[in-house]
Design a protein. Structure first.
Length: 514
């Protein structure tokens, strides 16, 4: 058994399944590049059969992102596997197909309507087909946590015989406790006769808040691949958080003594990038990447920290990539300095992109004296959304005061045509939202509105997150600006742009086509 733990990141697949977290292809590529810089071993880039967009994202990541293995997910079905193989092909020797079928009684009977024998037969056929198309095949027994252990041993032995070299044991519904799950992994490794031919992997969901604890129990019992996501994103309550697993291995190396390929100083920048792109905020008390994770508030703690940092700090903020807000650039900085700073942040801009980003930088530098790294990242996020925008904010004017009814006048460009509307509201943000919503449909039900200051100071950019629901679909949008009314409008527009059927409303309050 190797002493290397392989980090399999599924932010772009399971993470993207979090409500409202869907990403466009360019956003997925940015995340994939950041994951490669972070040093993950495998990127699960998507589920190619799910849609042409998913296929293209996996294909482009397999073509353009070098270093990690690139996995495509496929059900144990011929069409899925053929499509996944085509999508991951450009990764060459680094291509992996991850095929799965459910193995618990409830899933086999109620969902698949297949007998256990049929499930084994299907799994073996899928692994053989995948193995004929790509160099490496991973097999997952969906809902393994609730599967009969004897049946699990049987199917695992058969798929290894068929060519699977990674066996993933998911706790799909987050039902296991650590002792049970660890025992399950040990039982499989000890009882499956050919278990030495595969790496055992786990994929834990967080429904009972045990995803990381269960993953650790599995590692202690022989698992050497962990599937996880940045910020713990994923279906329902999410997956095991990559940053937590990695920092447990590093901080408690006395206990685990396992090597990892991760550059931990890239954890916080990657976490912020994923949060910005998905519009999913990070709770302040989230371990490792939350804004308060290294903040010491009580007098006793502060006193201890001043005397010796190790009194209350088990790892340094710098080791995970936290840096004091650093003034990096200002209004007189040139394009070369901007480009160099982005390279330090792990973002390589080509000349065309640099021109667009530099224009945005200058606009911000006119409004705000000190430009911090966080500001640079928000400029980049704003810029990468531009091409996908069907609705653009042209102008916004809002007025409010102690004795005036708040009012906002907004001009939008919707699919190339200019529209204007004004509205009153309970506050200037409410007025701006009413004006914007009067111009488009569908315009979604507001589920969340949250404001956060990106950096310190009263001239800080406000970062706004908006979550909208339209029928079954939930979308998130983020916007940043030194004016929080404008940031709010940008966030609402970013969310609206993610609603597939959104278009200009035929008649709205005040229309002026240009
Ligand atoms: O949770 C799960 O079982 C999955 C599988 C597809 C690995 O996401
Ligand atoms: Zn999952």
């Amino acid at each position: 058994m190797s002493d290397r733990l392989y980090i399999f990141d599924t932010t772009l697949r399971d993470g993207e399944q979090s409500p409202g977290c869907s990403m466009n292809i360019d956003e997925k590529l940015r995340v994939a590049h950041a994951l490669a810089t972070l040093g993950v071993d495998i990127i699960e880039a998507g589920f190619p059969i799910a849609s042409p967009g998913d296929f293209e994202a996996v294909h482009r990541i397999a073509s353009e992102v070098h270093g990690p293995k690139i996995a495509g997910l496929a059900r144990a079905a011929q069409g899925d596997i053929a499509r996944a193989a085509e999508a991951v092909k450009p990764a060459g020797d680094n291509a992996r197909i991850h095929t799965f079928i459910a193995t618990s009684p409830i899933h086999m009977e109620a969902k698949l309507r297949m007998s256990p024998d049929q499930v084994v037969e299907r799994a073996v056929a899928a692994v053989k087909q995948a193995r004929s198309l790509v160099p490496e095949v991973e097999f997952s027994a969906e809902d393994a946590g609730r599967s009969e252990i004897d049946f699990l041993c049987r199917i695992v032995e058969q798929v290894i015989k068929a060519g699977a070299r990674v066996i993933n044991i998911p706790d799909t519904v987050g039902y296991m406790t650590p002792d049970e799950f660890g025992y399950r992994i040990r039982t499989l490794i000890e009882n499956v006769p050919n278990s030495d031919q595969a790496i055992f992997s786990v994929h834990c969901h967080n429904d009972l808040g045990l995803a990381v604890a269960n993953s650790l129990a599995a590692i202690e019992n022989g698992a050497r691949q962990v599937e996880c996501t940045i910020n713990g994103l994923g279906e329902r309550a999410g997956n095991a958080a990559l940053e937590e697993i990695v920092m447990i291995m590093k901080t408690r190396s006395d206990r685990y003594n396992i090597d990892l390929g991760i550059d931990t100083t890239k954890i916080v920048p990657t976490s912020k990038l994923v949060s910005q792109i998905t519009g999913m905020p990070i709770q302040p008390n989230k371990a490792i990447v939350g804004a308060n994770a290294f903040a010491h508030e009580s007098g006793i703690h502060q006193d201890g920290m001043l005397k010796h940092k190790k009194t209350y700090e088990i790892m340094t903020p710098e080791s995970v990539g936290w840096r004091a807000n650093r003034m990096v650039l200002g209004k007189h900085s040139g394009r070369a300095a901007l480009k160099a700073r982005y390279i330090e942040l792990g973002e390589v801009l080509d000349d065309e992109r640099l021109v667009a980003v530099f224009d945005r930088f200058k606009v911000l530098a006119d409004k705000k004296k000190d430009i911090f790294d966080e500001d640079l990242m928000s400029i980049l996020s704003d810029d990468s959304n531009v091409e996908a925008e069907r609705v653009k904010l042209i102008s916004l004017h809002a007025a409010s005061g102690t004795n005036d009814a708040p009012v906002a006048a907004v001009e939008l460009e919707i699919e190339g045509v200019r529209h204007k509307a004004t509205a009153e509201g309970d506050g200037p943000v409410d007025a701006a939202f009413k004006a914007i919503k009067s111009m488009v449909e569908p315009n979604g039900k507001l589920l969340l509105y949250a404001v956060n200051a990106i950096t310190v100071g009263t001239d800080a950019q406000g970062e706004v997150t908006v979550r909208l629901q339209d029928g079954e679909r939930i979308v998130n949008g983020q916007g940043a600006d030194t004016d929080i009314i404008v940031a709010s409008a940008k966030a609402l527009i970013a969310a609206l742009n993610k609603l597939p059927n959104m278009h200009a409303r035929e008649v709205h309050a005040q229309y002026s086509g240009v």
